[in-house]
Design a protein around this ligand. Structure first.
Ligand SMILES: *Cc1c(COP(=O)(O)O)cnc(C)c1O
Length: 396
């Protein structure tokens, strides 16, 4: 027999999560996860699932019947959307202006799609004119875009223009809202998006593991008339809908504690109201933005494409970004991350999502960030940053 390992008691360090996710989890959501399990087909569980679906329809701003939570993180929801909508040989158009657009491409390719891209520089959104040109050139049948690109901190505006172009070309539109849903405005039905997915650990103040997704009737019809079965058994829409739809039959065991958590998170959204949560994210992240601007640093994104939930703060001259990130977590317990791809070493990525989008987090972050930068040799006035953030949060 092998020896039993000695495993210490679980005592996670006290962190303030200001990166691109996960975000701080709301205490009520944490408590919900410590409640007893019921069976995955227990009447109580079915009620929990109904509440989750109602809460998600509100969150997505949709009347879509086919709205549920994928068992897995945001990438599992991404794979559910593309894996079901894309049939082998279909042309799929994805953006190349960020990390998650690229992931869409990888997933669509594994689903058998022929992937083509529409270009924009990292740090800028897609231009509808370029999307139109890409449709003319490639005639894709599925088009994916990222509403809040976490790698660059860019918010894709003009969503209805994009869906309009796709629908004129009889294509289906998939939106990634993992880092934006619940944080900034999104209107699934009004903007006519065919499939939208998100995640729980970013703007929803919940842990990762149950990811929102919605399909409109058009999208469901496409999935139901596929010629070839979906390549993933676990993420096959028809199978999953056996559990989430009318039948409530076993497909796989629902992640019960995680569904409790998502339900509580959605309950919080309902209590605050969607406009309330959008306003809070804008106000709290706005204070962060004013703070870094007052230090003479600023964000690597134009104001009209600013994504309050993920702020790409420029790395000041002469500063080692990795050192700043290490000091923040080691000395202050604050997690932020660096840039990816083309923005590696150029930006810090500072999240302001869900329960992390609170005045106390921004105040704590601004004070720590200013002092770490000044210690690291940056020519910045830390007091100016903290002061500007404080007065933005509490205008006199
Ligand atoms: C985090 C993220 C994902 C992936 O979600 P996981 O939960 O990490 O699987 C996809 N898209 C965007 C925009 C994200 O921010």
């Amino acid at each position: 027999m092998n020896d039993a390992p000695e495993i210490d008691e679980l005592v996670p360090p006290d962190r303030t999560l200001m990166g691109p996710g996960p975000s701080d989890v709301h205490p009520r959501v944490l408590r919900s996860m410590a409640t007893p399990l019921v069976g995955y087909l227990d009447d109580y569980c079915v009620e929990v699932m109904n509440d989750v679906q109602d809460g998600l329809r509100y969150l997505f701003q949709t009347d879509n019947e086919h709205t549920f939570a994928v068992s897995g993180t945001g990438s599992a929801a991404m794979e559910t959307a593309f894996g079901n909508l894309v049939e082998p040989g279909e042309t799929v158009l994805v953006p190349d202006n960020g990390y998650f657009g690229a992931r869409m491409g990888e997933i669509a390719e594994r689903a058998g799609g022929e992937v083509v891209t529409v270009e924009a520089p990292w740090g800028e959104p897609l231009d509808p004119a370029d999307v139109e040109a890409a449709f003319d050139e490639h005639s894709p049948t599925v088009f994916g875009f990222v509403h809040g690109e976490t790698s660059t901190g860019v918010r894709q505006t003009s969503v209805s223009d994009l869906t309009g172009i796709a629908h004129e070309n009889d294509a289906y539109v998939v939106a990634d809202t993992v880092a934006s849903l619940g944080g900034v405005e999104f209107h699934t039905d009004e903007w006519d998006v065919d499939a939208v997915y998100s995640g729980s650990q970013k703007c929803l103040s919940a842990p990762p593991g149950a990811s929102p997704i919605t399909f409109n009737e058009r999208a469901v019809e496409k999935v139901r008339t596929r010629e070839e079965p979906v390549r993933s058994w676990y993420l096959d829409f028809e199978g999953v809908w056996e559990y989430w739809g009318e039948e409530r039959n076993y497909h796989h065991t629902g992640p019960i504690s995680t569904l409790y958590a998502l339900r509580e998170a959605l309950r919080l959204v309902s209590e605050e109201g969607l406009e309330g949560t959008w306003d809070r994210h804008e106000r709290v992240a706005g204070a962060l933005k004013e703070g870094v601007e007052a230090m003479g640093i600023g964000l690597n994104v134009a104001d009209e494409h600013w994504l309050p939930t993920l702020n790409p703060v420029r790395v000041p001259d002469g500063v080692d970004d990795g050192e700043v990130i290490d000091r923040l977590i080691e000395d202050h317990g604050i997690e932020i991350v660096g840039g990816l791809g083309a923005l590696d070493g150029e930006v810090f990525r500072v999240g302001c999502m869900g329960h992390s989008a609170r005045p106390a987090n921004v105040t704590q972050f601004m004070a720590a960030f200013g002092s770490v930068l000044a210690d690291g040799g940056a020519d910045v006035d830390p007091e100016a940053g903290a002061g500007a953030a404080a007065s933005a949060l509490d205008p006199k």
